[in-house]
Design a binder for this molecule. Structure first.
Ligand code: SF4
Length: 394
């Protein structure tokens, strides 16, 4: 875990990338408004300059001070000498046959994380990473085989969204509902609640009215179930909450999500019941990956219904997306439909998600930043070794 970064001091370590590892200029992206005003004060400028810069960076999407035409030429030169407005660099960009796009973003220290854009008819969702790697070891998740390298900074988190919008040229910020990149899910690499301060700082920027202006109702934070931070998330951000549930009982969940041993289902479900604003209009989403023979029987479905009784919620049933070396298989289509029907009949929404971007390994649980060429058996052994090492380290 890195140090939280909600303070207003300008700190190149937390301010984000500069676009070049050798560039010592401070990246203005990711700074709080207060930090931006301080940065202006440091160069002898009035606080209102911060407001102008904010508009250029987050409403217009400018990355070049020369484009900021309501600033004097002298000021633009001064800014250019000290600062940059930088995004992470796209080391790789892939577009699936279904339109899903995946980027491998590289940060100034050479670390990388993946971001995915999923276009739908009525929305476009950007799935953002919060960490490089992950401390957790969810058995169905490709990222879970990768050790945690570090938390992403606010600049690196918001920078993924900015870079995705650059890719589609969605600037200036559309002020009506017709946005292509209309939603954010914190569901990429990492556990966002283990990097909450930085995630919250980035989401405050994304939500700010005079910039990107994305409503909190269009942001969903997905957690494996870090119970103490769930309450904080509701209180401080109040974005939509999604839980990676994947099992209706502790015995099954302990196997596929070892974090359950620390925060068992009873505590997790209580945290969901206590989440502020949970109502029928704003239901908590339970993600449920369908794993053949493990969590997919009618008895599991009935146990789920009992578990969430009285809680305003919906399910997302996710056919498991295999990745190289995984020990699991996806449940059969009939099994998934029977499972969904049992939940539907209990009055709960349980759509079966269509896997997106499978051909570019962009689907749920498939993200991982290395691309070693290994056989399936070698990959499986490697995954088992990685899980064992991570669990021993906890
Ligand atoms: S599902 Fe999320 S929390 Fe679990 S290992 Fe994967 S990235 Fe980490």
């Amino acid at each position: 875990m890195t140090t939280p970064t909600t303070d207003t001091a300008i700190d190149t370590a937390t301010a984000g990338e500069t676009g070049s590892g050798t560039d010592a200029r401070v990246n203005l992206i990711g700074l709080t408004r207060e930090a931006l005003a301080e940065a202006m004060a440091d160069i002898g400028e009035k606080p209102f300059r911060a407001k102008q810069l904010w508009h250029w960076m987050y409403y217009r999407g400018a990355t070049d001070f020369a484009a900021m035409t309501d600033l004097s030429k002298t000021l633009r030169t001064k800014l250019e000498e000290r600062f940059v407005v930088a995004r992470p660099k796209a080391a790789r960009e892939q577009t699936s046959t279904d339109g899903t796009r995946k980027w491998l973003f590289e940060f100034t220290d050479g670390q990388k994380a993946e971001t995915v854009f999923i276009p739908d008819e009525d929305r476009g969702t950007v799935c953002i990473s919060s960490q490089v790697g992950c401390t957790l070891t969810c058995r169905f998740c490709h990222t879970g085989t990768q050790r945690l390298v570090r938390n992403l900074t606010p600049a690196e988190i918001v920078g993924q969204f900015l870079a995705a919008r650059d890719s589609y040229g969605e600037w200036p910020t559309p002020m009506d509902e017709r946005r292509m990149l209309s939603n954010v899910v914190l569901m990429g690499m990492g556990e966002p609640l283990y990097n909450f301060d930085n995630v919250a700082a980035a989401m405050r920027i994304v939500m700010a009215d005079d910039g990107i202006a994305l409503s909190r109702r269009r942001i969903t934070l997905s957690t494996s179930g870090v119970v103490p931070e769930i309450h904080r998330c509701g209180k401080e951000l109040n974005v939509n909450l999604a839980i990676s549930l994947h099992a209706p009982d502790d015995d099954t969940r302990n196997v596929i999500m070892p974090i359950n041993k620390k925060y068992p289902l009873k505590e997790l479900i209580q945290a969901c019941r206590d989440y502020p604003g949970a109502s029928n209009a704003r239901r908590i989403t339970f993600e449920y990956v369908m794993l053949k023979g493990l969590n997919d029987t009618p008895a599991h479905a009935r146990a789920l219904i009992k578990l969430v009784k009285g809680l305003p919620c919906k399910f997302n049933l996710i056919p498991f997306n295999p990745w190289p070396g995984t020990p699991y298989e996806c449940s059969d289509a009939d099994t998934i439909h029977t499972f969904a029907e049992i939940i539907w009949n209990a009055g709960l929404s349980a759509p079966i998600r269509t896997p997106r971007g499978r051909d570019i390994l962009a689907a749920c649980g498939q993200l991982k930043t290395d691309s070693e060429k290994l056989s399936a058996r070698e990959r499986r052994l490697q995954a088992e070794k990685a899980w064992a090492e991570k669990e021993a380290a906890v």
